[in-house]
Design a protein around this ligand. Structure first.
Ligand code: HMG
Ligand code: MG
Length: 324
């Protein structure tokens, strides 16, 4: 069966912009539940300025704890520059992601660099990571529309993706930062990108602002893409991109993929356990478009196809009560 590979970005994209503070223990527990659900790859945190994103200030504490508890998990971390890479490497990172936006203004707002500087810094950071033997991803953010500059020229997205590939990125993550893409745009853009770069090296990262996340994921699947970012419960959003809402929910993507004949290796009941925990921590209801139906299936004794698979009964880390 055709495999779809999902990186859950909830601990990083999901928690970077929350009003409620998630402790290191909460984050660790969330990652453990994701791993128990069968998620094989998680973006754990980011090594960014704690002044810019206070929610990620515990990155150097969290990452080693995750890697010690879950050595088989692919644990990735976002780094915006060489300093971020140095901090990530010192904390034992095996995989990093750089974040390059495709417009001048978005780079300035996000990482305080113009486009040319952001390209150079991303290239240098990737090359330094490769020299350290790390696995590397490169985000190309605002790859559809920029909240400041409007529609992003497609040829620039292709050019930047090629530059990141040449700099050694193992995976290029095409990101719809503000969730403005449509399936038609995804078809066109991913079609052009797969002409230039092997589909196996491309991933997509959709936000679900306009309810198009699942439709966009389908368009990406049709374009031959098999690598996806998603966020359990649909939490997420870049603090520096006005209008950015939560990511495509992992549970919606898993349901879409599995019902369409792809395998993900991910358990929906396991994801519901992770969402329960995230709700407890963030103190508000969470979940993607399918959440009401999924919960009904779980609650119903006859929901046999959503029965918890064997081996998912281990208890996650005990939680301290959420602060406040
Ligand atoms: P800056 O102020 O221009 O940096 O920030 P600087 O080089 O002038 O340094 C200022 C201070 O920050 C210095 O400390 C540096 O040492 C420190 P001070 O001397 O004042 O004490 N510093 C750092 N500290 C920790 N870690 C670092 C680091 N670098 C410098 N890596 C910087 C530039 C990039 C650091 C800042 O703008 C920043 O951290 N931005 C965070 C951006 C961010 O996290 N955005 C959200 C993630 S991206 C996203 O969500 C989009 C994505 O999901 C895809 C999509 O949806 O499109 C990935
Ligand atoms: Mg994002």
């Amino acid at each position: 069966m055709d495999r779809v590979h999902i990186t859950d970005v909830a601990p990083r994209d999901g928690l970077q912009n929350q009003a409620v503070h998630a402790s290191t223990a909460h984050k660790l527990a969330l990652v453990e539940r994701l791993a128990a659900a069968g998620i094989g790859s998680v973006e754990i945190t980011s090594f960014v300025s704690p002044k810019a994103v206070p929610q990620m200030a515990d990155a150097a504490d969290l990452l080693p704890q995750v890697q010690a508890r879950l050595p088989a998990l692919r644990s990735s971390v976002l780094v915006p520059n060489r300093k971020g890479l140095e901090r990530a490497h010192a904390a034992g990172a095996h995989e990093i992601a750089v974040v390059l936006s495709a417009t001048e203004t978005m780079n300035r707002k996000n990482i305080n660099m113009g486009l040319d500087e952001a390209i150079a810094v991303s290239e240098q950071t990737l090359q330094a990571a490769l020299a350290l033997g790390l696995r590397t991803r490169a985000y190309v953010a605002v790859a559809f529309d920029c909240p400041f500059e409007g529609e992003t020229p497609l040829d620039r997205v292709v050019d930047l993706s090629l530059r990141m590939t040449k700099a050694g990125a193992h995976e290029i993550v095409i990101a719809d930062t503000i969730g403005s893409a449509s399936p038609g745009m995804v078809k066109e853009r991913m079609g052009a990108l797969t002409q230039a770069i092997a589909a196996d090296k491309l991933a997509v990262h959709f936000h679900d602002t306009r309810g198009m996340g699942a439709a966009n994921a389908w368009a990406a699947l049709e374009a031959g893409i098999r690598r996806f970012d998603a966020s359990v419960g649909g939490i997420g959003g870049c603090p520096f991109a006005p209008g950015a809402a939560g990511n495509l929910a992992t549970e919606d993507l898993v349901l879409l993929a599995e019902r369409s004949g792809f395998s993900t290796g991910i358990s929906l009941p396991g994801l519901l356990d992770a969402i329960d925990l995230a709700q407890e921590v963030l103190q508000r209801p969470l979940g993607g478009r399918s959440i009401a139906w999924l919960r009904k299936q779980r609650d119903s004794a006859s929901g046999t196809h959503l029965k918890r698979p064997q081996g998912l009964h281990q208890s996650p880390t005990q939680l301290a009560p959420p602060p406040g």
